[in-house]
Design a protein around this ligand. Sequence first.
Ligand code: SAM
Length: 269
Amino acid sequence: MTGFSADWLALREPFDARARNPVVLDAVIAALKGYPSIRIVDLACGTGSTLRALAPRLPVEQSWRLIDNDLGLLARATSSTHPANVAVAGVPLDLNRDLEAALDGPVDLITASALLDLVSEVWLERLTVEIVARSIPVYVALSYDGRTEFSPANSLDTEVIAAVNAHQRTDKGFGAALGPTAASVAIARFESLGYSVVRGESDWVIGPQDRDIQMELLAGWAGAAREIGELSLADAIGWLTRRRDAVTAGRSSIRVGHVDFFARPIGTR
Ligand SMILES: C[S@@+](CC[C@H](N)C(=O)[O-])C[C@H]1O[C@@H](n2cnc3c(N)ncnc32)[C@H](O)[C@@H]1O
């Protein structure tokens, strides 16, 4: 599975859905209460995970503009069945190049999940300026924040996660990525530009029975640690073998730290 493959997105979606911070989600719903209809732009929609999480909570007509540069993911997002009050249009766009076009036209809410940690400070600045200039609220979910905890702990866990977090800062298509700092940088920026922000943790809680996602994560992390060159091959293999053995034995849990936030112009409901 690759970083954005449909299989990987399907594997993570139930963990994302459980992790979404309820206080942040409630703030989104409360802010939209009373709207007769809602126009939403979902940035980097993947297969439509944000739509599936949010649409059932909004009991009004909704029109969603789903943006992604992966045509296969976009096709899945637009072709799945949606509730009768939800209209969906897919727009293929490279958000690094065409962010401004993605936000064009009347919009009541911008959403993004598992996107922000991929973007650069320069791109985030473009995003915040465009959103604030249009005075639109924004719901940003599931930004990785650098906290990964293993239970039971094993030797080299700390080194591997430090390497993974360094890898998270490399270029993911938007310039050098903000990685684990993305949510806090974005929140500070929105606040400095006059937005009020509700934030909360949205950690993945992955139990011993969740073997498939653990195996995927471990392989990805060992690969990232190797790629960034901070772990010898022998250490990476040794760590991966020990962690996989714990998963197979049904005695491995992992907590992965994420942050959600909802930012809106002060003075709006
Ligand atoms: C980690 S996935 C998250 C997908 C979805 N939001 C979710 O929560 O399941 C990141 C998404 O960003 C999209 N993406 C990455 N770079 C992009 C770009 N330059 N323009 C548009 N979409 C991009 C990928 O195709 C992928 O769908």
